[in-house]
Design a protein around this ligand. Structure first.
Ligand code: PEP
Length: 252
């Protein structure tokens, strides 16, 4: 299994100056490669300056969104090739805020994910159920639908570059984290679906991140599960002290 991945999603926060200062601070704290991979996903405007600030650093850069088109008359859009050119290695696709607030549906997310792979980047596909869906007993069918549609038309070889993030919508930005048992159950389910779609090796190697109100206080317990291969962190990644504590998680 590749290293656990700890990714910070900075959402629509930070000016260029603030993002560069945070990136510099983080690289001072983690100057050398360690046994876990660190990625930050600042807003588009800060990608290039942050990539400059991270030159020769083991910390990777990610984008929060991408166009499904390679180029053309698509005002306001940013292509995967542009993100690669700006220094990105990862792209978050299908975040629940994009699904919910911007109408991104599965087929569109699948086209974005394929565009990311074509540009040589690694997609982080977000999936997860709402509270109403969980309470109705539909969490797993919802996740299964998002996995099947999001990863449609991929070859087994493509999956090696993908990361999946299980982010229950009810846990994002709410302070309400899934229990380690809930996360583990969902991750095991996702892995079994990947096994069914792409085979044993691909499913065993796939990194499945948990996301939803991860903090310095709950990270150690979450990472105890062998099913949890890292975390996608929103709010707590905006503060480098708390994000670095999350990166330094220790199991049990
Ligand atoms: C996220 O935005 O992906 C996320 C998990 O946010 P938070 O950690 O703030 O819940």
């Amino acid at each position: 299994m590749t290293k656990p991945l700890i990714a910070g999603n900075w959402k629509m926060h930070m000016t260029v100056g603030e993002a560069v200062a945070c990136a510099r601070h983080l690289r001072e704290l983690f100057p050398e490669p360690i046994d876990r991979e660190i990625v930050i996903a600042p807003p588009f405007t800060a990608l290039w300056p942050v990539s400059q600030a991270l030159t020769d650093s083991p910390i990777g850069l990610g984008a929060q969104n991408v166009s499904d088109e390679p180029k053309g008359a698509f005002t306001g859009e940013v292509s995967a090739g542009m993100l690669a050119d700006a220094g990105c290695r990862y792209v978050i696709v299908g975040h629940s805020e994009r699904r919910r607030l911007f109408g991104e549906e599965d087929a569109w997310i699948n086209r974005k994910l394929i565009a990311v792979l074509k540009a040589g980047l690694a997609p982080i596909l977000c999936v997860g159920e709402t509270l109403a869906q969980r309470e109705a007993g539909d969490a797993f069918p919802v996740i299964e639908g998002q996995i099947n549609a999001g990863l449609k038309n991929l070859e087994a070889g493509d999956i090696a570059r993908c990361v999946v993030a299980y982010e229950p919508v009810w846990a994002i930005g709410t302070g309400r984290t899934a229990t380690p048992a809930q996360a583990e159950e969902a991750h095991a389910f996702i892995r079994s679906r990947i096994r069914g779609l792409f085979g044993e090796t691909q499913s065993a190697d796939l990194r499945i991140l948990y996301g939803g109100s991860v903090t310095p206080d709950n990270i150690d317990r979450l990472m105890e599960s062998i099913e949890i291969n890292g975390v996608l962190v929103g709010g707590a990644s905006l503060n480098i002290e708390s994000f670095s504590r999350i990166i330094r998680y220790s199991k049990g």
